[in-house]
Design a protein. Structure first.
Length: 195
């Protein structure tokens, strides 16, 4: 998301009714069924879009074994142009997905929700820098115990608070996400410099 979002920002990007949380965030311990849920959704998405799928990855906390998460599968879908909704949204809608977020100012991000499975389908265009960020963050958390635990502690602390919108919780994690991502990037650059 583009910086911190207030209620007006949320209304501007939300398609349909803006749904307040007005409560705490539900975090679940890691569920070994999450990868199978992703695989099922990935098959459905590939069946709907065929070769329009350029990248399809399980991202977010449910993609990190051992990490507590909101029990909602985050999926990264890369298409040629996420702004060209006519090229992919109708096919996904026919498969049961619902377009909920349109963010032209933030990498032309689109977010669809699943009809029968709790998912967030994040759609970006080929070459978008957010693609690498999401995958690198996931991979770093999979491999780095200290940062995985830091992220888990931060999420648990924040989840206990009362939030008006889920986005407020996501925004509150930004500082720790940026710290962790900076370490992941530095480690990658140090590794690239090693012969």
């Amino acid at each position: 998301m583009l910086g911190r979002m207030d209620e007006d920002d949320l209304r501007a990007v939300t398609i349909g009714e803006l749904r307040p949380l007005a409560g705490t965030i539900e975090l679940a311990d890691y569920d070994p069924a999450w990868p199978a849920m992703f695989a099922r959704e990935a098959a459905r998405i590939r069946a709907a879009l065929g070769d329009r799928v350029l990248v399809l990855e399980h991202v977010g906390s449910t993609a990190v074994p051992g990490l507590a998460a909101k029990p909602k599968i985050d999926i990264l879908l890369v298409v040629e142009s996420s702004a060209d909704e006519a090229a992919y949204v109708p096919a996904l809608a026919a498969a049961g997905y619902v377009l909920r977020i349109r963010e032209p100012a933030w990498h032309e991000h689109r977010l669809l929700e699943g009809a029968d499975t709790a998912i967030n389908l994040h759609v970006f265009s080929r070459g978008c820098p957010e693609i690498d960020r999401m995958i690198r963050f996931r991979d770093w958390l999979r491999a780095n115990d200290a940062d995985r635990e830091l992220y888990a502690r931060t999420k648990r602390e924040l989840a206990r608070r009362t939030w008006k919108y889920t986005q407020d919780y996501a925004d509150a994690k930004t500082a720790v996400v940026e710290q962790i991502f900076a370490r992941a990037l530095a480690a990658n650059q140090a590794g690239a410099a090693t012969p």
